[in-house]
Design a protein around this ligand. Sequence first.
Ligand code: ZN
Length: 365
Amino acid sequence: MRKTGFICDESYFWHDAGSGVLYLPPGGFLQVEGSAESPENKRRFKNLMERSGLYDMLMLIKPFPATEEQLMYFHTKDYIQRVKEASEKGNVLVGSFAMVGKGSYEIAVLAAGGTITAVDAVVKGKCDNAYALTRPPGHHAQANQGNGYCIFNNAVIAAHYAQKELGLNKVMILDWDAHHGNGTEDAFYSDPNVLFVSIHQNELHPSSRGYIDHIGEGEGKGYNINIPLHPGTGDMGYLYAFEQIIIPVTNRYKPELIIVCAGQDANMFDPLARMMLSVDGYTKMTKIVRELAEVHCGGKLVMTHEGGYSNAYVPFCSHAIVEELLGVSMGISDPFITAFDGASYKILADHHKAKIDEARDLHVS
Ligand code: ZN
């Protein structure tokens, strides 16, 4: 069994992402509904680990807050100040679909710090790998504004931390959230020292981002890899993309640390995406990344939680990821998969394959 660090804090569940953000706003024709980005599925993930016994096998690590200097590895001073002021008022948008609730500044700082804490523990060898169950998520956050439920870009700040404070040279960020990691792409678009790979649903969020031909610029050209997938791509399509693109580009790059932006909203029940990943798909993707980290980085792998909005299914997907990080099985079978028996998630459709081949032809010779 491997030693897996787990970073979480009760305050992560208390971040108020507002109501009316994507879900029904007040004043319409139907009862108001809260934000899709609710703490519910993250807490249920943690509860499931407690119930299964997985939680007892984890090395619990308390997150430390990011310093302002660390936030400024990516964000502007003005933006940090804006978030601080928004947090004092509460319920203020700091970007498109990015609500800051009362007290959210401190929570967002602790979320960025949680991902830093995970990187710190893994790189210093306190644990083999780590999962940071942070909230709010980070991968859409831009230098000067929030976006898509994200306030500070946790993975970007943690990657900078690994390089500036721990002396690493080459970091890989793999973003398997169903949405494109636009903020992370911005951060390293001209930087060859971070390989950014995003596998996401084509044309989802943000619009006009995540295209195959966005490959980086200047010295960073070739180090930004977008793998947009057609809606409906399931386990077989994702595994094909890993085999054809993600494994070879990782072997070519030879990172010293892999950070996964682990948004489990490509799951087949997710309300905010139209992908078809099963629990088993997440297990297999995690196994591949874990093995890549073992080959190139002495196993150094950090997962930082991003999206995922199905209260029923995200807990099982995330639980399976942690099982694979630890190298154990708690014998929990996917309770919902029979509903999709024979469905398309097990099939690599021609048009799904063609889209993946297009990205492969650009990045893998
Ligand atoms: Zn997402």
